[in-house]
Design a protein around this ligand. Structure first.
Ligand code: PLP
Length: 403
């Protein structure tokens, strides 16, 4: 492999900075220790407490927490009735789970292209892919920016489709003043450590629909119930329960729930800091012709989970790979979100071909995820800006080197 490009000699910083990192304080540690010492380790009081808190934060009527964001997507698809022979429309610019959840249910993921400025799924493209077999749309709030809820809901209502929002990035964001989580038919969250708040692992489904809520509870735990209204037979005794559907063990532990309750107390603080960093990046990169800034729709008041640097290839002598390596040489350790899902060998073997979403494929060639997390210092942020400016200037086709 080629050695990473270093421009201008000395790196802008001598310690490495990464694209994301969790923030854990003493309150988080104490919350976890308390559960481990004193309470039920799983299915105890922390689960209900967390679910109530998620309802409060989002305004959703019901919340069902589960083991991770992927499990949340799976049970949301099951609750929506997605099954064999159905189609589920989603974006290719996402983590694999957004499409895998359809496959888990025996359905076929159908990829709709993105809007080239916001990078979210384009409602017009969704409309174009609706068929007799379409059952649901899994819309991803990429980077934390809300999808176009109104347009998507209209398409879903007109075609009797269920709108599932993959909100793994979206916690803290509002669409037209309403928190995401209370708008789509179901919204899923992920609490993986790189996400805005974490439980180590964890997920949730939010909904206003009681029927979905009841199904989500069943699918989370083996399809087993003790609910008298659901039992099909007379109980044999007080121990009695029934399995009435095929569910999974997708439960969250009280340890995770306690950590999440404590993390959610910090959400306003996390959100404010992320917005501050994004504003500073946008201001700095907006001035560079070699860089394109992600467009935000006015309806979205965004808590950004990822910050996407998009290079303008015509204005640079280097490609994305070289830009990425040059950032690495400056000790800015980035990532790329995401490889279009249908590029993966598994999806290729299912028959998906390149070329089906040209805007998404072009985006993938041009993006780098820069460091964005709560605990970044102002100096960290300025270092990232300095490095990007330095590289853009050094390799710009018609600019004089800035350093
Ligand atoms: C993280 C993520 C998921 C999966 O969440 P896990 O909790 O890791 O299972 C799904 N969709 C998107 C867009 C994600 O970023």
């Amino acid at each position: 492999m080629e050695k990473p490009a270093i421009c201008g000699g000395v790196p802008v910083r001598d310690t490495k900075i990464y694209y994301g990192h969790q923030y854990i304080d003493e309150a988080d540690v104490a919350a976890v220790a308390d559960v481990v010492r004193n309470q039920d380790l799983t299915c105890g009081p922390k689960i209900g407490e967390l679910e109530r808190k998620l309802c409060e934060i989002t305004g959703a009527r019901y919340a069902v927490v589960c083991s991770n964001g992927t499990a949340a997507l799976h049970i949301a698809c099951l609750a929506a009735g997605v099954g064999s022979g159905d189609e589920v429309i989603t974006t290719p610019i996402t983590f694999a789970a957004s499409a895998n959840c359809a496959l888990y249910c025996g359905a076929k993921p159908v990829f709709a292209d993105i809007n080239e400025e916001t990078y979210n799924i384009d409602p017009e493209e969704v409309k174009r892919h609706v068929t007799e077999r379409t059952k649901a749309v899994v819309a991803v709030d990429y980077t934390g920016q809300s999808v176009e809820e109104e347009e998507l809901l209209e398409i879903c209502r007109a075609n009797q489709l269920v709108l599932i929002e993959d909100g793994a990035h979206v916690i803290g964001t509002k669409y037209k003043g309403k928190p995401n989580g209370s708008i789509a038919d179901m919204t899923t969250f992920s609490f993986h450590p790189v996400k805005t708040v974490t439980g180590g692992e964890g997920g949730a489904v939010l909904t206003n629909n009681e029927e979905y809520y009841r199904k989500l509870l069943l699918y989370r735990s083996h399809g087993i119930t003790r609910d008298k209204d659901l039992l099909e037979r007379e109980p044999d005794g007080p121990w009695y329960y029934e399995q009435i559907d095929l569910g999974y063990n997708y439960r969250m532990t009280d340890i995770q729930a306690a950590l999440l309750i404590s993390q959610l107390d910090k959400l306003p603080m996390f959100s404010a800091r992320r917005k501050e960093i994004v504003a500073r990046y946008d201001e700095a990169f907006g001035k560079l012709p070699q860089i394109r800034v992600q467009k935000e729709i006015p309806e979205s008041d965004t808590t950004r989970h990822l910050y996407i640097l998009r290079i303008v290839p015509e204005k640079l002598k280097i490609d994305r790979r070289q830009f990425f390596d040059a950032l690495g040489a400056e000790n800015i350790c980035c990532n790329v979100h995401y490889i279009p899902t249908y590029y993966f060998p598994y999806y290729e073997r299912l028959g998906y071909k390149r070329g089906i979403c040209p805007k998404a494929e072009k985006l993938y060639e041009e993006i780098i995820s820069l460091p964005l997390y709560y605990a970044m210092t102002d100096q960290d942020v300025e270092d990232v800006i300095h490095a990007v400016t330095k590289i853009a200037g050094y390799y710009g086709v018609d600019s004089t080197a800035l350093e």
